[in-house]
Write a protein that binds this ligand. Structure first.
Ligand code: FAD
Length: 322
């Protein structure tokens, strides 16, 4: 029997995050011949973003627009989404495992008195059960979880579940719902972004990451150039961040961002377990390191043993020819 699955969409400055579309694809696996209902919060008219969710497979979308939802707060978004959940009574709820998803979903789960599977990388149906695969022990192993009772509630790790192709001919209603969002005690006055302009690290398809081997903030400039040529983003190890070569917002790993790009180029990074926890699920890993014994080569698909200051400029020149 089909199920109704709610997908909590996420937008940033008027652009939907890709993980929203990936969550819709995952929701399709669960809904069967039921329906996938998108929900979006913000302060502006969200109808065109709602239509975009439909084009990616949502059967219909509910938008909640309210001045109090201009910036994300768990109180404001929590009230708005709970109101939609109470109206819709879904059997499943999915959201991206993003900073907002990690903050909001436990709050919703506790209000609903239900469990939550976080950071799923695969969702599949086996023998009538919906099986969620998620990494454990800093990505060294995977566990499979099923929900036997209550709402099927999970967050989806970005860049793992392929989104459906966008199809503008898909049709679905986008309806606006009024929610009286009130008593918000958190007021966000300003958001100052520390990440560099361009591709968002957690959704980037290509990442060029630098480690302590890069030796200085100037040493990161060729990595930025390589990332630009490839249309990717720059990341870093904690070693590089601790040394002050770059901002902590670029840190990848156990205590930084978890990324799953198609291509991860690790430059002057030794491959400590805490770094691998954030990137070892990347689809193709290329390591550049002058030490042939460096641990990063154990997870790399391709390794270049050499001085990064020779190798990176050559790569940039080669890539510019393509
Ligand atoms: P190093 O280990 O110093 O490696 C530098 C590498 O550069 C070496 O392999 C060297 O051979 C190579 N190199 C040097 N010069 C060149 C050159 N000219 N050309 C080519 N290669 C060169 N780390 C993270 O990254 N992310 C985390 O989230 C994180 N969380 C942590 C949490 C905890 C609780 C702890 C204890 C540690 C954590 N760490 C984390 C730190 C981690 O243990 C390592 O210390 C860190 O990843 C090392 O960074 P690195 O590889 O850049 O530096």
């Amino acid at each position: 029997m089909g199920k109704k699955v709610l997908v909590i969409g996420e937008q940033r400055e008027g652009t939907l995050r890709n993980v929203t579309f990936e969550a819709i694809a995952a929701a399709k696996t669960i809904s069967g011949d039921g329906e996938v209902v998108g929900v979006l919060c913000g302060s502006e008219d969200l109808s065109s973003l709602g239509q975009e969710m439909v084009a990616y497979g949502a059967d219909r979308v509910i938008t909640v627009s309210n001045e109090a939802l201009k910036q994300y707060t768990s109180e404001g978004f929590g009230q708005a989404i709970m109101a939609v959940i109470q109206d819709e009574n879904p059997e499943g709820i999915l959201m991206g495992h993003t900073a907002i998803g990690k903050d909001l979903t436990p709050k919703l789960a506790s209000k609903l008195e239900t469990g939550l599977i976080s950071d799923a990388t695969v969702v599949e149906e086996t023998g009538g059960n919906f099986v969620f695969t998620r990494p454990i022990y800093s990505g060294k192993a995977f566990e499979k979880k099923i929900i036997t009772d209550g709402v099927i509630f999970a967050t989806i790790r970005p860049n793992n579940i392929p989104a459906l192709d966008k199809d503008e001919s898909r049709t679905g209603e986008v309806t606006a719902k009024d929610v009286d969002v009130k008593d918000i005690r958190t007021i966000i006055q300003d958001v100052i972004r520390k990440t560099s302009e361009g591709v968002d690290l957690s959704e980037a398809k290509i990442i060029v990451a630098g480690g302590r081997g890069v030796k200085s903030s100037e040493g990161f400039e060729p990595l930025e150039e390589l990332a630009n040529v490839l249309g990717g983003a720059v990341g870093a190890s904690r070693g590089a961040c601790d040394a002050g070569y770059c901002d902590y917002s670029l840190q990848i790993g156990q205590t930084g961002k978890v990324v799953t790009p198609d291509l991860y180029i690790a430059v002057g990074i030794s491959g400590a377990i805490q770094h691998l926890a954030g990137m070892s699920n990347s689809k193709v890993i290329v390591a550049i390191n002058k030490d042939p014994e460096a641990n990063i080569f154990n997870v790399a698909d391709y390794g270049i043993v050499g001085d990064l200051f020779d190798v990176v400029p050559k790569l940039i020149e080669e890539m510019k020819q393509i």
